[in-house]
Design a protein around this ligand. Sequence first.
Ligand SMILES: Cc1cc2nc3c(=O)[nH]c(=O)nc-3n(C[C@H](O)[C@H](O)[C@H](O)COP(=O)(O)OP(=O)(O)OC[C@H]3O[C@@H](n4cnc5c(N)ncnc54)[C@H](O)[C@@H]3O)c2cc1C
Length: 501
Amino acid sequence: MSASDNDVLTALRSAFTPGTLTTDAAELDAHAVDQGPLEHWQVHPPLAVVFAESTQDVQLLVRLSCEHGFALITRGAGTSVSGGANSTEGSVVLNLTRMNQILAMRPEDEVAVVEPGVINADLNAAAAEHGLMYAPDPASYRTSTIGGNVATNAGGLRCAKYGVTRDSVLALDVVLADGTLIHTGQATFKGVAGYDLTSLFVGSEGTLGIVVGVTVRLRHLSAHTETIAAFFDELTTAAQGVLDIGRARVQPAITELLDRRTMLALDEAQGSDLAQRGDTLLLIQTDGHGAAIEAEIIREVLRALGALVSDPGSTESERLIELRRHARGDGIVNEVRVGEDVAVPRSRLVDYIRAIEDLAEEHQVQLKVVAHAGDGNLHPTFSVPSSELGTDTGTGTGTGTETRPDDDAASPAQPEAAPVTIDATEGGLPTSAVSRLHAALDGSVRLALEMGGTITGEHGIGTYKLRWLDWEQSAEVIALQRRIKDVFDPERRLNPGRAIL
Ligand SMILES: Cc1cc2nc3c(=O)[nH]c(=O)nc-3n(C[C@H](O)[C@H](O)[C@H](O)COP(=O)(O)OP(=O)(O)OC[C@H]3O[C@@H](n4cnc5c(N)ncnc54)[C@H](O)[C@@H]3O)c2cc1C
């Protein structure tokens, strides 16, 4: 540890009580990584972790960072899947999970004010008591924080109808890089005074300021929902179904597409027989007072395409939506998986899935696809067949060439898959397999861009996707973003090395 690191620790110890500051090795390791892929040489445990309990704690820590020049990595629940919450060498992690109070619930205004560490599900439970909901529903909703959701502009299942996090954030309290506390936006649905700084902070991945308060817009919690499971013989027809539902001018709250491999994984985990009923599954939910009417229109549209459609009130369909909502890994830890998060215009869904199937074949990797089909956001997962793996595979982070959690695809009955670490040099995954995975990944990202899409629909750039950012953004846009960063954080102490190039 350098002399300056010692100075930092001394300053932290004099500012924070042992209850809010830790240098315990296990805690430092736990705060070094999030759920994103990374390589062993990228793991840098922080010098210390501060568990802020108030905005004053945050301001104090930021001011110490100004004085001593250490990098500050803000952290919610650490469920980022793109390396956004990974610590860096010599950094201090600011953990906001103790700032978890719902400060105001105003049902008449359909607005709530929360601290950043409030868990998404807790806000929803509180809103539900008033017949309201907080619409953005990432599959991590039971663990991820509103602050993290704001920083990543998180999406989820209900986005096609209700929009992403940005569409539900009205105002923010933000601690800037010099410790100043500002309030942006307003507590009304409308407001156009000045530049929209609130929207700028949403999705900026903690690189412009630390969110310490969030005013959110709530929506009506539907008393009626109708859920439909529709099995298709062909993926192409299922994707056509998504477009035909749109053409019928019906707006489901949820439209999820699961391919055959995903169904097989579910069947294996759940003992179900989904894959015997079709090649592709569309899971659809309508809500609101017109839920039953809209569901009937959807059933007709999908039956006309030859789909095997569930009957009204099917409890299995409800169960499948819940599985899809909560699910992520399918518990397989003996193969390397690389999940993606691209989005394409909805009309290109079929073209895109066909093209990545070809890619998977070309690079001899396996492919599994789930998609928030209603908004064209796909989570393809590429993997190496377990037959290629040696016996020296391990789990957790540490010594691998590639670590990777699966995306939100399969069964909650299994424990979530830990990030997989494969050591290519000591009898684990052959280097050729790693190269094939990378080639398939690069190809899938390029294809999304060629079809007018994006390299990340909802997970953010973090550190992991920086490699593709200049494929999507022009040099001029990258330069402008750097200038924005310079305005907010000229010394680059807030979450350095992520989100922008
Ligand atoms: C099982 C699983 C399912 C998932 N499903 C989805 C999904 O459906 N949709 C989706 O969009 N994402 C999903 N994710 C990704 C992840 O949950 C989201 O990105 C989530 O918004 C991160 O919240 P968090 O509290 O864990 O934040 P962290 O992971 O702790 O942080 C994420 C980023 O935000 C920054 N940050 C956190 N809090 C603040 C703050 N208060 N101020 C400033 N910056 C901050 C961090 O520095 C980091 O860059 C999933 C992840 C998992 C593990």
